[in-house]
Design a protein around this ligand. Sequence first.
Ligand SMILES: *[C@@H]1O[C@H](CO)[C@@H](O)[C@H](O)[C@H]1NC(C)=O
Ligand SMILES: *[C@@H]1O[C@H](CO)[C@@H](O)[C@H](O)[C@H]1NC(C)=O
Ligand SMILES: *[C@@H]1O[C@H](CO)[C@@H](O)[C@H](O)[C@H]1NC(C)=O
Ligand SMILES: *[C@@H]1O[C@H](CO)[C@@H](O)[C@H](O)[C@H]1NC(C)=O
Ligand SMILES: *[C@@H]1O[C@H](CO)[C@@H](O)[C@H](O)[C@H]1NC(C)=O
Ligand SMILES: *[C@@H]1O[C@H](CO)[C@@H](O)[C@H](O)[C@H]1NC(C)=O
Ligand SMILES: *[C@@H]1O[C@H](CO)[C@@H](O)[C@H](O)[C@H]1NC(C)=O
Ligand SMILES: *[C@@H]1O[C@H](CO)[C@@H](O)[C@H](O)[C@H]1NC(C)=O
Ligand SMILES: *[C@@H]1O[C@H](CO)[C@@H](O)[C@H](O)[C@H]1NC(C)=O
Ligand SMILES: *[C@@H]1O[C@H](CO)[C@@H](O)[C@H](O)[C@H]1NC(C)=O
Length: 324
Amino acid sequence: MIFLVLLVFQLAITESIKVAESYWTLKPNELVVDEDMVKYGNKVLVPLMCGEAFEGQDIVWRRESGEQLQERGNRVLVTVEERQGGRYTCHSPNGSVLNHTLVLIRWPYRKIIKEAPEKGYIHCSTNNYSGSFQCSWTWDEKRDGKVVHIKAVRSHSGGNVSCSLNSSGHSISCQDHEYCPYSEELEHINLTIFFRSKYVVETYYQRFQISDIVRPDLVQINEKNDSLELQYPDTWNLPFSYFPLTFQVKEIRCRKKCDCNSSHHRSSKVNLTQDQHWPLKKGVTVCVRAQDDLCNSTWSEWTQYKRNKNRTRKNKKKRHRKEE
Ligand SMILES: *[C@@H]1O[C@H](CO)[C@@H](O)[C@H](O)[C@H]1NC(C)=O
Ligand SMILES: *[C@@H]1O[C@H](CO)[C@@H](O)[C@H](O)[C@H]1NC(C)=O
Ligand SMILES: *[C@@H]1O[C@H](CO)[C@@H](O)[C@H](O)[C@H]1NC(C)=O
Ligand SMILES: *[C@@H]1O[C@H](CO)[C@@H](O)[C@H](O)[C@H]1NC(C)=O
Ligand SMILES: *[C@@H]1O[C@H](CO)[C@@H](O)[C@H](O)[C@H]1NC(C)=O
Ligand SMILES: *[C@@H]1O[C@H](CO)[C@@H](O)[C@H](O)[C@H]1NC(C)=O
Ligand SMILES: *[C@@H]1O[C@H](CO)[C@@H](O)[C@H](O)[C@H]1NC(C)=O
Ligand SMILES: *[C@@H]1O[C@H](CO)[C@@H](O)[C@H](O)[C@H]1NC(C)=O
Ligand SMILES: *[C@@H]1O[C@H](CO)[C@@H](O)[C@H](O)[C@H]1NC(C)=O
Ligand SMILES: *[C@@H]1O[C@H](CO)[C@@H](O)[C@H](O)[C@H]1NC(C)=O
């Protein structure tokens, strides 16, 4: 208690600007300061260096605006205001540019991407157990955001997970190179995505196992002999005996605009089955989705099946012709 009071008192009387304690290099020539305003107030001093080769030389520093800093020399402390990073260049006294540093501020807010209902900020998923996965997000259209760095590792071994940004710019595709689909998954994947907008950096962290995020692709349905054959998605792992799926089947009664997602239709009790055969009844639309039988992960999307009326009509026509 006394300590806390002393601390607050001390902060209040310290008017001089503090030197940032936590900063790191995102890329060569890009410095990120972890902003902690409780600690620093709204300004912080950031140490910059022009280059090893310029030690002891007279160096001039400029802000992006062209404004020259008062401090000179190879190592200087620049004052960075809250949320106001920027580009700094260092020059020899005759004006030629020697080097540059971009100062970015990492803040704790979440503004560059948007939170989606139930999916959160970053949504990762995969359609099978092969160690590959995708993560997507939604940009906040008010910010000009981009991905500046992706860090993905196995939680214990620190093993190799490689990720790349999709061409669309709003998702990444990753591959865990040490992943083995046939052994129990003991490690997690630690994923951090670094987003940047202007001079601000936001980091988003996810930790998961492949089995947490697996979601089978659509079940294929074939009609055979008045029964339906439920097929495993092409992308699901083989052999099926080792990677079994559970099917969820419901029959809905609807004329037009049938929607398996909708709860407005009259529907049968929902059945769970591993059997790939389902008896086809007249006048019902069948909805089928699949889930990994061995863990409680996400269901696939529904596949909707209704007996093709056109075909039956065509058959009738044929029969008519034969009869004629
Ligand atoms: C310029 O700065 C970068 C990052 O600090 C440093 O790695 C590089 O060596 C510097 N270049 C020169 C010519 O000193
Ligand atoms: C400016 O000075 C640097 C060394 O400080 C030298 O290498 C460079 O050639 C000079 N440039 C001009 C235009 O005089
Ligand atoms: C992964 O995250 C966990 C918990 O956040 C941490 O204990 C572990 O050290 C991380 N692993 C690596 C390789 O960074
Ligand atoms: C990660 O694995 C890939 C494919 O096996 C390999 O090309 C790459 O060099 C590896 N990277 C590291 C850092 O081990
Ligand atoms: C990423 O791009 C690939 C091909 O460009 C596409 O198949 C995949 O669906 C994309 N992933 C996401 C999550 O959008
Ligand atoms: C359809 O049923 C008949 C008789 O019940 C059977 O002989 C035939 O093999 C079945 N065809 C298929 C594709 O299952
Ligand atoms: C897993 O899914 C990916 C992406 O759809 C596919 O390229 C790969 O062949 C699938 N792996 C297996 C074992 O089916
Ligand atoms: C169910 O909803 C999802 C999105 O919420 C949609 O993509 C899908 O097409 C719908 N499925 C059916 C069978 O209507
Ligand atoms: C579906 O479940 C109901 C009871 O829950 C059962 O009476 C019916 O036989 C099941 N249908 C199939 C095709 O398994
Ligand atoms: C499966 O997960 C859902 C949602 O995450 C949860 O509501 C349900 O209780 C879980 N079922 C089992 C058997 O763990």
